[in-house]
Design a protein around this ligand. Structure first.
Ligand code: DGY
Length: 324
């Protein structure tokens, strides 16, 4: 009888996918769902054939350089892998996989949720109602910004950027501008009437809304900094559902305080789960707790995608979602 590979999940997953995984592997669960420390991650790397991390696990070079190393695959639960030092993983012969595709729609929905909430001041309104401060309808109460027909600039026109563009174009008749660092497939933007910009600097001044859909990590660290925030019109809104470190938080706080942009809708933060208290104090910021993929359907689909990657890997095939 062959022994089943050992697998550790660093966080709890939807019960149905944990059960499915347990049918096929010797699975260790993180019963109380606490975020793993670096020492716990190293212990996982030393004792399991597969480690299934998430965005909350910092798999730095230092953590990965642990010995003896048993882990042969990091089957990430999530599409973004900026929390994993990919070069070190590759150098150590560890396969890294992710879960693309299955969270596209729900993440795009959250970007649109933020866009609507911040433009229509929904967070402020909710706070008024809940606190009993609402004094009734009046013609000048909480006036927001109309969305229909406005211009949306998308930075990073991959799967999620395209899904946001479709919602904005077909749902709200928005004009779509985009910046993407590589040429796109000919039919990727069919029917969107989207215009490419040669640079981010060219895109920003033309937008009423800017939505970020590029990967996090060193390459895009503080891509939106004080200078670029300064290129946005003062009536414009910034939406970030990508990674917190794509935006210079301090520069964004200053822009929101001084009114050099009108508002921001954020689902991601530098140093999560810490959120700068200055941001929390700003009425023109809508703040969600990294909910992009947080639906039952998507979180189950992400788990099944990890399972498909593990099954392929342990049966000697190429995992469908190999990052390295
Ligand atoms: C993703 O899949 O990258 C989500 O942000 C959660 O990690």
């Amino acid at each position: 009888m062959t022994t089943r590979p050992t697998v550790i999940l660093t966080r709890r997953w939807p019960a149905s996918v944990e059960a499915e995984l347990q049918q096929r592997y010797r699975v260790t669960l993180n019963e109380d769902d606490h975020p793993f420390s670096s020492r716990e991650l190293q212990s996982a790397l030393q004792h399991y054939d597969a480690v299934c991390p998430t965005v909350t696990d910092a798999l730095t070079a230092e953590v990965l350089n642990t010995a003896p190393l048993r882990c042969r695959i990091l089957a990430n639960y999530g599409v973004g892998v900026n929390h994993i030092d990919i070069e070190t993983a590759a150098a150590k012969g560890i396969t890294v996989t992710n879960t693309p595709g299955v969270l596209t729609d729900c993440t795009a929905d959250i970007a649109i949720t933020l866009l609507l909430m911040v433009a229509r001041r929904a967070g402020e309104g909710e706070r008024q109602v809940r606190s009993g401060r609402w004094q009734g309808w009046r013609p000048t109460h909480l006036l927001g910004t109309k969305i229909t027909g406005k211009t949306l600039g998308i930075i990073g026109m991959g799967r999620i950027g395209q899904a946001v563009a479709r919602r904005a174009r077909f749902g709200f008749g928005m004009k779509i501008l985009y910046f993407h660092p590589r040429p796109l497939a000919n039919d990727a933007l069919a029917g969107l009437n989207a215009s490419a910009c040669a640079s981010i600097d060219q895109l920003l001044p033309q937008c009423d809304f800017v939505s970020l859909h590029c990967p996090g990590g060193q390459r895009n660290f503080h891509l939106i900094d004080a200078r670029r925030l300064g290129l946005m019109p003062s009536h414009a809104f910034l939406i970030n559902t990508s990674r917190g470190d794509v935006v210079d938080t301090e520069a964004l706080i200053q822009a929101l305080k001084r009114g050099t942009i009108r508002g921001a809708g954020l689902d991601v933060y530098e140093n999560e789960p810490h959120v700068d208290p200055q941001l929390c104090a700003l009425e023109n910021a809508v703040l969600l707790p990294h909910l992009g993929s947080a639906t039952v359907e998507t979180r189950e689909a992400m788990g099944l995608r990890v399972l498909a990657n593990l099954d392929a890997f342990f049966s000697g095939r190429n995992p469908p979602d190999c990052v390295v």
